[in-house]
Design a protein around this ligand. Structure first.
Ligand code: NAP
Length: 300
């Protein structure tokens, strides 16, 4: 009899987590997959992952084959004023998960960020490039990566991603379209360039990767690059044609956290490993806007 594969999804209500949940549930519903995967997505209330005793108990009872960790402190500006909390989520939690799976058959897929880089490069960052974060969030995510790497795990992958948007939470695209709808114009920074990534695409690639996982650090983003202003302009062009999107400089925002001016990630290694083309951000954006009702005129 074939053993049922158990997948534990932590943070299944968040932006990425809800896309992963959807992707895994779609897979389970396929006739050739049913009976083979059991998916557990405990809510924050059911399992507070910062209660490391409860986490240890849960994981050791379940003995999952696979863990996706989507729990993190993701409020980049707020992290500046609560670095201990950011470190607890972004360094100590992955470290604890790494310790729990060491030597076991559980594979851990953990997520990190383009904000581990300082933005001084002019060409896309590869996984081999030296990180040098500019803000507390980036530093705490890098500390999590280092804690995992120090454990020398054969059963853990760190997927660095960037600029996520999707239906499962607050995100830049939806926020900016809301501003366009309310104010008839928007002001957006044009001096930060990155790799916008659709959470559904990342979820699809993550699940594909997890079918045959490998340990290491990988860059997993939609292809192409653009500034926040370029991204906002493209979304506004489609949803609110004629709405002006004015370019501004990061300094005008006075944001507590410093972001890298350039944090485009080179996804070619991951794409060739999976034998997939990671589609362009513009194609993904168009699908998101069409799929979630923005193109009817009213932003969802
Ligand atoms: N968002 C981005 O643009 C972006 C960019 C690059 C990398 N990443 C990385 O991608 C990953 C996912 O990010 P995301 O934006 O999808 O995160 P998110 O939307 O902020 O979701 C975080 C999740 O963690 C859960 N959570 C928080 N505290 C918890 C606790 N103590 N116990 C159990 N669950 C808890 C939240 O549930 P509740 O809401 O119920 O508390 C939520 O489901 C993170 O590693 C992040 O660093 C994100």
């Amino acid at each position: 009899m074939r053993r049922k594969k158990t997948v534990l999804l932590l943070g299944g209500s968040g932006l990425l987590g809800s896309s992963l949940r959807r992707e895994l549930e779609r897979k389970i519903a396929r006739p050739d997959w049913r009976e083979e995967i059991s998916l557990l997505t405990p809510s924050h209330q059911e399992l507070n992952v910062l209660d490391f005793c409860a986490l240890e108990h849960y994981v050791s009872e379940l003995e999952p084959d696979l863990i996706f960790n989507c729990v993190a402190h993701t409020q980049v500006d707020r992290a500046e004023s609560e670095p201990e909390q950011a470190m607890l989520y972004n360094r100590d939690l992955p470290k604890k998960l790494g310790e729990l799976i060491k030597g076991s058959r559980t594979f851990l897929v953990h997520y990190s960020t383009d904000f581990v880089f300082n933005g001084e490069k002019k060409t896309p960052y590869t996984p081999e490039d030296k990180p040098d974060p500019l803000c507390v969030y980036g530093a705490s995510k890098l500390a999590g990566e280092k804690a995992l790497m120090a454990l020398d795990l054969e059963n853990c992958a760190i997927l660095r991603t960037a600029w996520l948007y999707g239906p499962g939470g607050r995100n830049f695209v939806r926020t900016i379209l809301g501003v366009c709808g309310r104010n008839g114009e928007a002001r957006v920074v044009d001096d930060q360039k990155g790799s916008p990534t659709y959470s559904h695409d990342l979820a699809f690639w993550s699940v594909k990767f997890a079918e045959n996982p490998r340990s290491g650090i990988f860059h997993v983003v939609n292809s192409g690059d653009v500034t926040w202003h370029g991204l906002a302009s493209e979304a506004a062009r489609l949803v609110y044609p004629g709405c002006p999107v004015r370019p501004i400089k990061s300094a005008e925002l006075n944001a507590p956290a410093t972001r890298p001016a350039y944090s485009v990630l080179d996804n070619s290694g991951f794409a060739s490993m999976l034998g997939l083309e990671l589609r362009h951000w513009r194609d993904a954006l168009h699908e998101y806007l069409g799929q979630y009702g923005f193109l009817g005129g009213a932003a969802q």
